[in-house]
Design a protein around this ligand. Structure first.
Ligand code: DC
Length: 228
């Protein structure tokens, strides 16, 4: 991959889609290639969820989650080569990928107070732009004016196989069941559900290599001619 492509100043690229659609690898690849920052908003929801579990909050009690939503201090690093996340100063980059967090993150993410808290933080990080942001509601809610909006999809079997590999060889069938359960909650919640945003380009990554998907998104970004 080269880094010869100069970004448009203030460029914002929003990449949404379900779990395992290739969002993280694609977003990091695009950010590296274009010399942009990178924000993984899923990691922020995971970090809040980790904090709730660590503090004994019942993650299925939306009222209890709402009351605590303002407490955890989440800090996201934006280097696509070394993404980092801390909660109250603790590095949770590994802990947020546990089965316990996988199982609890969708109900926590459905709580409006959690979303409001993270929306504010996400917009602070986006700031003046120059960033690739991945999540579920980036093109629809967080950055509806993004210069490039992509909605990534892939067959559930392909998504599960990728996610299981990322998780160090987890059982593929169990991984598929877990990600489909999260999709169902993420797509049907009342606040900021997973949807293809207006103006988003849908890319089905099933039959493509990572490099091919990155190239397609970089091409979309390069077609954006006018600085914001
Ligand atoms: O991308 P991920 O699998 O790490 O995201 C974990 C969960 O976080 C996902 O199941 C729903 C939630 N999420 C969200 O609600 N909104 C976002 N912008 C990003 C993630």
């Amino acid at each position: 991959m080269s880094t010869s492509h100069a970004p448009v100043p203030g460029l914002v690229i929003a990449i949404d889609g379900p779990s395992g659609s290739g969002k993280s690898s694609t977003s990091r690849g695009v950010a590296s290639q274009l010399g942009l920052r990178y924000l993984d908003t899923g990691a922020m929801f995971r970090a809040i969820t980790w904090w709730m579990l660590d503090h004994g909050v019942d993650v299925h009690d939306a009222g209890a989650v709402a009351v605590s939503a303002g407490e955890p201090q989440v800090v996201s690093g934006t280097d696509p080569a070394a993404p980092s996340i801390t909660v109250d100063g603790v590095d949770v980059s590994v802990a947020i990928r546990s089965d316990e967090v996988n199982a609890a993150v969708s109900p926590v993410s459905a709580v409006p107070e959690v979303r409001a808290r993270l929306l504010e933080l996400q917009r602070q990080v986006i700031g003046e732009g120059g960033i690739v942001v991945e999540g579920r509601d980036i093109g629809s809610v967080v950055a509806p004016d993004a210069d490039v909006k992509v909605f990534l999809t892939a067959d559930p079997a392909a998504r599960a196989a990728r996610r299981a590999l990322e998780e160090g060889g987890s059982d593929v069938a169990a991984t598929e069941a877990s990600l489909l359960a999260r999709d169902a909650i993420d797509s049907t919640r009342k606040t900021a559900p997973l949807v293809q945003a207006d103006g988003a380009v849908q890319l089905d990554t099933t039959g493509y290599t990572l490099a091919e998907v990155v190239d397609q998104v970089v091409a979309l970004a390069q077609a954006v001619g006018n600085p914001r």
